[in-house]
Each structure stands twice: as C-alpha cells, then as structure tokens.
Design a protein around this ligand. Structure first.
Ligand code: SF4
Length: 343
C-alpha cells in the first residue's frame, strides 16, 4: 500500500483527472489524501507519491510554490508545461471518479464529448482533444440513485458530436435531468434544430438555481454571427436574458478599449450577461474591468468611478502592507473562472 497526496492547485470545479487518479489509487489499495493545500501542513506526513495539477496558465506562481515544496511531485494539467496524462497511469479503460475529496459538490460531473469543430488561437481544446467525438452518456456520468439529477457537463462543443447529441438531449429530457453547460454552447454554429432541442431541456447555471446557458463572444469581428445565434436561440424560446457570454479580453493585439466597449454594450443592450475572461492577467486594468462586470457593479457604478476607487483601494492596501498592517481581500474579488479559456 502506498500513501498518495493528490493536490488540486486551481479551478473552482472538482478536477476530473485528479478524481480519476484518486479512484485508481484507491482501487490499488493505496491510501489517498486529496487537498488544495500547496505546501505541507505542520504535521503532514511524507508520501510515497505526490501529484499536483494546475489547469490555468495564470497559476504559474502557485505551481512553482508547489514544486518547491514537493520536489519529486508528478505535475500535470493544461496550466503546466507537462504533457503527462492521467491515462498514462490509470490506462484508457479506467473510468471511475472519486468524489470524496469534494463533499460540498453534490452534482455529477463529466463529458459526453471531447474536442471541438473550431480552432480558436487562444484555446487549448483543439490541440489537446482534437476533433469532436462522443465519449459518454448522461447515465455514464450520473452517480446514480440517491444523488441529485444534476449533471455538470464540461463539454466544449456539445452539438459538434454529430448524431449523438440528439440521444443525449433525449436522455436529459426523458430522465428528468437538469444540466449545466458551463463551458458554453457554440452560438456561432447553433442552428434551429439545436436551439429547439436546447429549449426543451432544463439548462441551469452553475448553482443549479436559475435557468442559464453559457456561450462566448471573443472577437468583435464575430458580431454578426454571434447575434444571429442569439436570434436563433430567442426564436426557439431562449431569451437573451438567459445567456451569459464569456468575452475574451487582452488577447487580440488589435484590441482597444473602444472595441471592448462595443462588445460589452451590445450584449448589455440585448440583456445578455457578459463575463470577461482576461487572457493576460498582468493587465490590471482588464482584471479590474472583469471584477466590475462579474460582481454586477457595472449596473450601478460608472466604470470611471469604479476605476478610481480601485486605484485608491490599491494605494491604501499597499500602504497598509508597507506599514505592516493586514490586508483584507476586497469584497468584490472576482470569482475564479471555472475552466481554461474555451468556447
Ligand atoms: S474556444 Fe471554444 S469554440 Fe474555440 S476552439 Fe476552444 S472550445 Fe472550440
């Protein structure tokens, strides 16, 4: 029996690769500790094997701290330079997930498809997953009786799994499942049939307490095709007010604040909730913009005023830190995005 430490370094959602690794080690009779702590606790024992996974490139500093603390650790994830896959250890056939490291998470999580039909330059999915293909059913993902029929799908291109998506929609509807598609549906490729199918299922936000679909508008040049998709959804019975759209900022070298405002204002005018995703987190102006939007402050505080208050809060915090005072995280700290930049 080995002792194993499995460390999730980032991501709001449970990390499926690490859950699979935990289940596999347990199946070998190993003793597994799952944690989000980067450094060892004071009384933490030594382990035979230590793993760490980071899915975001902006977790580089956390990953470096982890590797400094656990020199022999095996590291993976899209936020690391490693190309190691969990299947290299578990084999391709092993599919079980261990949820015990995430007692607060009541849903079932997984993929019905992998890959994507598109190839956006900033996105890891086409490189990592390749062409769109079905990989599982809703019944495969659901933990079974005794667990809520809440399915958190991590699919990046649900409607790209030719043919199979219709069976998955039937399964969701007939099985009485509620589904969160937090990685987003590809509104640029949505057609009337797919929109009508979506309108028949119980789509939900990440808390499963509101009807919400996620999509993306990453580049101003996609304006026409984006709103054509929005219109197709609306005609099928899904109003724009039920859409949250990720908007990538800080990636396009031609991007200007004027172009950002055009996207932002066009969405707000249609009742769509924007969710900025900051490509380069050293751009503190964009990080502040992200906070202003996703906290909902944009509805009540003008951007210029918010920017000024943020600057003054930063100066106060910097002064307090310099003077040895404690620094409290601002109340409007942005929630972590759920996944790498996709869809
Ligand atoms: S961003 Fe979305 S649509 Fe673009 S390649 Fe990635 S998964 Fe596909």
């Amino acid at each position: 029996m080995k002792t194993v430490r499995i460390t999730q370094l980032d991501g709001a959602l449970p990390n499926i690769a690490l859950m699979k690794l935990a289940a596999w080690h347990q199946a070998q009779g190993d003793q597994v500790v799952q944690t989000r702590s980067i450094e060892p606790d004071l009384f933490e024992p030594a382990y035979d094997v230590v793993y760490g996974s980071a899915i975001f490139s902006f977790s580089a500093a956390r990953l470096a701290r982890f590797q400094a603390a656990w020199g022999a650790a095996i590291v993976g994830g899209t936020g690391s330079a490693s190309s190691a896959k969990v299947e290299d250890i578990t084999g391709d056939e092993f599919e079980s997930l261990d949820y015990s490291g995430h007692p607060e998470f009541k849903e079932s999580i997984g993929f019905t498809q992998r890959g994507c039909r598109l190839k956006c330059g900033f996105c890891v999915v086409p490189v990592k997953e390749g062409k769109n293909r079905p990989v599982g059913t809703i019944q495969d993902i659901w933990r079974g009786p005794g667990h809520p029929k809440h399915i958190h799908l991590l699919d990046n291109d649900f409607f790209g799994q030719q043919g199979a998506w219709r069976e998955r929609i039937d399964e969701i509807r007939e099985g009485g499942f509620k589904v969160c598609l937090s990685q987003g549906i590809n509104v640029r490729l949505i057609d009337q049939e797919a929109a009508a199918a979506l309108a028949t299922i119980e789509y939900r936000n990440t808390q499963f307490n509101r009807r919400q679909l996620y999509t993306a508008w990453d580049n101003l040049r996609d304006e026409r095709v984006f709103f054509r998709g929005v219109q197709t959804l609306e005609a099928a019975g899904i109003p724009p007010s039920r859409l949250m759209a990720y908007m990538l900022v800080g990636y396009d070298p031609l991007e200007t604040w004027d172009r950002i405002w055009k996207r932002f204002n066009a969405m707000v005018e249609r009742g769509i909730k924007p969710y900025p995703m900051v490509y380069n987190r050293r751009r503190t102006d964009l990080v502040a913009f992200q906070r202003w939007v996703i906290t909902g402050l944009y509805r009540i505080v003008p951007w210029d005023e918010y920017k000024r208050s943020t600057r003054s809060a930063e100066s106060t915090a910097a002064y307090a830190a310099h003077a040895g005072g404690s620094r409290t995280a601002p109340a409007n700290t942005a929630p972590a995005p759920t996944e790498e930049l996709t869809t």
